[in-house]
Design a protein. Structure first.
Length: 253
């Protein structure tokens, strides 16, 4: 599958006259709890040639494609769009640049954007993003006696990231096990979660589960605590000149 994805990326570069600065996996495969039939969420940061940016009207700044009966989902953002999102501490952008699964990259750019992101990290923006997702997914999971295990993991991961934001000053990592290692959570609960990760690795995305009262309590408590302090958190303090410098440098290379 990796070779197939890389071939699609090379075709995309040629057809659209772009350069891919970073191509990575997001979603459950990058988070660390995929199912056997999980699709591939391939996310890109790309750049056009310099003259493309020298126009009065801005061109389309994203690309969305599906391949292999929707098994491979490619969503790409132009560099200018990506840096503007980074300035807002966009959570999807921060996840993208931290992915452990890389298909293609410019190593120097990748390292520089990771370092730059730290200056723009906003706890309040990050909290609002993950708290909203946690509430939505948890509401769906607890609505019926049985629920999709996938939905429980979405609620659990986002609620855990809320804990991270409350307890840590660094950007939350994309990998779920790293989040768990960085928050206050009992060993017994971690063991239950690890058991469910193993189960999810063996069942389909449509599998329905039941029970897990301790995990439900953890999610509920995390959401409650996050909701109380969500508006008291600090915003980002990055200097836009850092992003301008990275943008101009990338255009010259």
């Amino acid at each position: 599958m990796q070779n197939k994805i890389i071939n699609y990326l090379e075709e995309l570069e040629s057809e659209r006259a772009i350069k891919i600065l970073l191509a990575c996996e997001t979603g459950s495969r990058a988070w660390g709890f995929p199912s056997p039939d999980s699709d591939y969420d391939v996310r890109l940061i790309y750049i056009h040639k310099r003259d493309w940016y020298l126009r009065l009207s801005e061109g389309k700044d994203s690309i969305n494609l599906m391949f292999d009966d929707n098994e491979i989902d490619i969503a790409a953002w132009d560099l200018r769009k990506s840096l503007r999102l980074l300035a807002k501490s966009n959570a999807a952008m921060i996840e993208r640049i931290q992915s452990p699964i890389i298909y293609k990259s410019d190593p120097d750019f990748h390292q520089e954007i990771l370092e730059t992101a730290k200056h723009f990290y906003s706890k309040i923006a990050t909290m609002h993003h993950y708290l909203s997702m946690a509430k939505s997914c948890f509401s769906e999971a607890k609505a019926e006696p049985t629920y999709k295990l996938k939905k429980l993991f979405y609620a659990l991961r986002t609620a855990s990231v809320c804990r991270w934001v409350m307890e840590q000053d660094e950007m939350p990592p994309i990998e779920f096990h790293k989040v768990l290692n960085g928050i206050n959570i009992s060993e017994g609960l971690v063991s239950k979660i690890e058991r469910l990760i193993k189960l999810k690795a063996d069942v389909s995305e449509t599998y329905f589960h039941t029970g897990e009262e301790a995990i439900f309590d953890f999610i509920s408590d995390s959401i409650s605590q996050a909701n109380e302090i969500k508006n008291t958190l600090l915003g980002g303090k990055g200097d836009m000149n850092l992003l301008d410098t990275l943008f101009i440098k990338s255009l010259k290379e």
